[in-house]
Write a protein that binds this ligand. Sequence first.
Ligand SMILES: CC(C)(COP(=O)(O)OP(=O)(O)OC[C@H]1O[C@@H](n2cnc3c(N)ncnc32)[C@H](O)[C@@H]1OP(=O)(O)O)[C@@H](O)C(=O)NCCC(=O)NCCS
Length: 153
Amino acid sequence: MKSRFLVRPVRENDRADWQTLWEGYNAFYGREGDTALSPAVLAATWGRLLEASEPVHGLVAEADGRLVGLAHIIFHRNTIHIEDTCYLQDLFTAEECRGRGVARQLVEAVYETCRVQGMTSVYWHTHASNTAARVLYDKLATNTDFLVYRAKA
Ligand SMILES: CC(C)(COP(=O)(O)OP(=O)(O)OC[C@H]1O[C@@H](n2cnc3c(N)ncnc32)[C@H](O)[C@@H]1OP(=O)(O)O)[C@@H](O)C(=O)NCCC(=O)NCCS
């Protein structure tokens, strides 16, 4: 049977555990060593997560007094409905806790957070090759087949 984890908003004294997870997530995307995020970006992101007036919010999963997963979300305007929409930018679980339902619980908590805020939609991106994430996402959401384009501004 899968265990339940405590999923809650991130708070000030989570800094050390959050940073470990955040660095793990960035390393997964190749942002480590020479290409690691700068301390300034790390500090800005952490500060925004704690600032209630920011559109950036963090949920964390806790087990036995330590953090084992994170989800970062951003609320923003949407031109086709009145209420804001939610972008799930980052999702990561500690390697030793994978396959135990942490990510599923985090995504479900994101849905609940949105419902409480009056939002009706959540969306996110993943790489086509990210099989583990896609197994989960295919169970929780619909693949829209949209492609993501990016350019330098
Ligand atoms: C993708 C990731 C978040 C999944 O986290 P997790 O905590 O292991 O996921 P869960 O245990 O909640 O799994 C949820 C479902 O997906 C399935 N799943 C998860 N990982 C899987 C894998 N490697 N292979 C097959 N199925 C997998 C589980 O079977 C589970 O199904 P169920 O709930 O119906 O039993 C985690 O592997 C991770 O952090 N990867 C690195 C970062 C990453 O890819 N983030 C997402 C970027 S968009």
